[in-house]
Design a protein around this ligand. Structure first.
Ligand SMILES: C[S@@+](CC[C@H](N)C(=O)[O-])C[C@H]1O[C@@H](n2cnc3c(N)ncnc32)[C@H](O)[C@@H]1O
Length: 253
């Protein structure tokens, strides 16, 4: 499976239910709102999805654009923007294809989304593009995690219970099965979405997602190679299910 198959992951049922599945996550919203304020406008969120974070920034009066490869996630985001009377430029594009020149003061990528560009060389070239898109004095903030608890407990071929959410008389339950390529630091996930209405199974969808993990020094070197010589790293578990999480603050001098 090529990592570009990931583009199909955040579509359909997952896009419709994403905000409900994530409703217990708020540390990342508070964190990125505070850091974007500190770092300055204009802001670009790469992998903005349904605008869970982007919309909170706009509510605080911060000018922020968003980019995402998933049409379905951006549709949800647009609906929420309209409902809240807010305005943001949304780019329907893969991050790898972005082409800005010194446009943003702050760029951020939340929720380990950068790790979904699971090919090292593409990830490196993408990081160079992100560097180019920042104004001098601007800052990239990106978080990563290492799926170490998953690696330790996984029996390949076994299904595990994941997140679930309820809405009126409907319920979505996620089950997943994982395997790993340790030499290339890749996690391969197969996810089954079971949608129930009044306890009756309405629909099942199967999707796949590849995630690459990075050692801290390895990621720092990628950032350095892309143009960020001096990176500050914070230990902070920003998403409840993301362990061994690091947040990288990368200034463009
Ligand atoms: C974990 S979700 C995070 C969404 C949002 N930032 C949040 O915290 O709610 C990852 C998002 O990144 C997007 N994404 C993944 N790979 C991408 C790529 N190569 N280019 C653009 N968007 C991408 C997905 O479509 C999805 O919306």
């Amino acid at each position: 499976m090529e990592y570009q198959e990931n583009y199909k992951y955040y579509t359909d049922i997952l896009a419709q239910w994403y905000d409900h599945l994530m409703q217990e996550e708020y540390k990342d919203i508070d964190f990125y709102v505070a850091e974007a304020k500190r770092s300055g406008e204009p802001v670009l969120e790469l992998g903005c999805g349904t605008g869970r974070i982007l919309i909170e920034l706009l509510k605080e009066g911060i000018q922020v654009d968003g980019m995402d490869v998933s049409h379905d996630m951006l549709d949800v985001c647009s609906e929420k923007l309209e409902k809240n009377g807010l305005d943001s430029k949304l780019f329907h594009q893969a991050i790898e294809d972005m082409d800005f020149d010194e446009e943003y003061q702050t760029i951020f990528i939340s929720g380990g989304s950068f790790q979904q560009i699971a090919d090292y060389s593409t990830a490196f070239h993408t990081m160079q593009k992100i560097y180019k898109a920042l104004k001098p004095g601007g800052q990239l903030i990106v978080d990563t995690y290492i799926p170490w608890p998953e690696i330790r407990r996984t029996n390949e071929g076994t299904w595990y219970l994941g997140r679930s959410a309820e809405l009126d008389d409907q319920k979505l339950v996620i089950n997943y099965s994982l395997s790993f390529d340790f030499m290339n630091q890749l996690q391969f996930g197969t996810y089954r979405y079971d949608l129930y209405k009044s306890d009756r199974l309405l629909e099942t969808q199967l999707t796949q997602l590849i995630v690459k993990w990075y050692g801290r020094e390895e990621f720092r070197r990628m950032l350095k190679g892309a143009g960020f010589p001096d990176v500050f790293i914070k230990n902070y578990q920003i998403i409840n299910s993301h362990h061994y999480s690091s947040i990288y603050f990368c200034k463009k001098f």
